[in-house]
Design a binder for this molecule. Sequence first.
Ligand code: ATP
Length: 543
Amino acid sequence: MLLCFFTRSSFGFVARSGTKGWRSLASATTETAPTVKELPVNYSMEEIVSLCKRRGIIFPSSEIYNGYAGFYDYGPLGCELKKNVKDAWWRFFVTSREDVVGLDSSIIHNPATWKSSGHVDGFSDPMVDCKETKLRFRADQLFFSPVINEQNEILGYACVQENTDEQMVKDAKKQVKDLLKTLDKAGEAIQAFSFKEVNEATEEEMKQIPSPASGKPTLTMPRAFNLMFQTQVGALSDESSTAYLRPETAQGIFLNFKNVLTTSRQKIPFGIAQIGKAFRNEITPRNFIFRSREFEQMEVEYFIPPGDDVWPEFHQKWMDDSREFLLSIGLREDLMGWDVHKGDKLAHYAQACTDITFKFPFGEQELMGIAARGNYDLTQHTEGSGKSLDYFDEQTKEKYIPHCIEPSLGVDRLMLALICSAYAEDEVGGEKRSLLKFDPKVAPIKVAVLPLVKNKEALVSVARELFDKLRVRWNCQWDATGAIGRRYRRADEVGTPFCITVDFDTIEKDNSVTIRDRDTTEQVRIPMDEVVSYLSKQIDGYA
Ligand code: ATP
């Protein structure tokens, strides 16, 4: 199914209205108008993973040693994309607001932090082991169903990992085929599957549920597995030196609440923002950078007064702002959704939590969470440290432990959603290819400078001068090889929004250049001294 299908019968050669000094192009480098399809999620993760590798966006970590599950490296384009995403977030939520300030806390805190926050005792996922293959699975991501024939007899069980509904049924059907064969009942009709988490299986059922790894009933009963990575700090390696790599950036913010309050002249309501690495020993890291063991988070703790009538408005505002930010950097709105946590999905101390979800190729999943956390963390750290973390309101003369709203967004997960949003295919002259339509704010390369020919010294040196001027501000690419159309294609493939061609008219007639827009393929002729302000408007949103 196609969500969008753009066909352009004509293109380019017009100046945008209201733009002083640009003129229509009578002739320039021509290209065949592409037919661009923004794809729904009918492309696979394999396609995304392979595209990321081919284009130098993301590589498996330590690949020459066959990789390391749950760890990834960002290549030349990936690290630019990542930096742009973090810069955009920081500008949106910190520098353009007066009520949020930044923080960069250490990754390893005093281990008492994690005792007080509840992570030592409770930061775990249910896990099952396959006794034969030694593989581990998250019990809440492993689903089993009885295999029942038309006479209502249970013939056995199927057990598959969480995936899209269609894929789970497909995987289960494969197992059923084998099961029926071994029972000498090949071809026998069976009833529809009814999947339940392995977490909910009884001991009796567990004895019959096949491990997806061994195909035999070799799974252990579920047990809690703490996700924090341990390390030793100092020369002694006994229990007293055990410390943890932070599993979230938020606790560093709570620990510094008083430091920031007394040094920043902020008054409640105000927020502290932090971007940084977090580490979780995920039982089954999967779906590429969606769930990895080392990742980055962008979090704000926004401190507000207590009261049941206070938090809902702030919570709503942070949900609205988060959505606005995601749309502003090019996330596809048609792939976004909301998931309001209810009942036992809500942490015991939280008043509310709503996730913004995204339709990834493997299904709709949490992209970020926006929680109203009450004053749980500051209260816990007050008790744990014996230091007061309260706030005195000068106006009301009240003293209280502030409550907080916590928008928490994974950088890597957002990057995956942005790559999925940008992924498109087009056809040029009957040839199909994939391209990336990154928003100019986050595009790894903002501008490609293309001298029309590479053997005319005067032309090349003018182009080079422009290139040097632009790359002081943005990540730009110099591309002097091949036909212009081919160079446009190369730029499109890595998501570069603007290509600038320096041609003979530039040096002989008008001292202007042609700027071609990736998405519309429109071309405008711009005087050389207006190129920076034109691009600033297009890329940064201001001149
Ligand atoms: P999940 O249920 O997917 O494990 P979570 O609810 O435990 O996520 P939080 O603890 O709320 O996640 O973390 C906030 C954000 O950090 C998530 O919304 C996600 O964007 C990101 N995140 C969490 N765990 C990972 C991970 N293992 N890999 C990449 N990003 C992650």
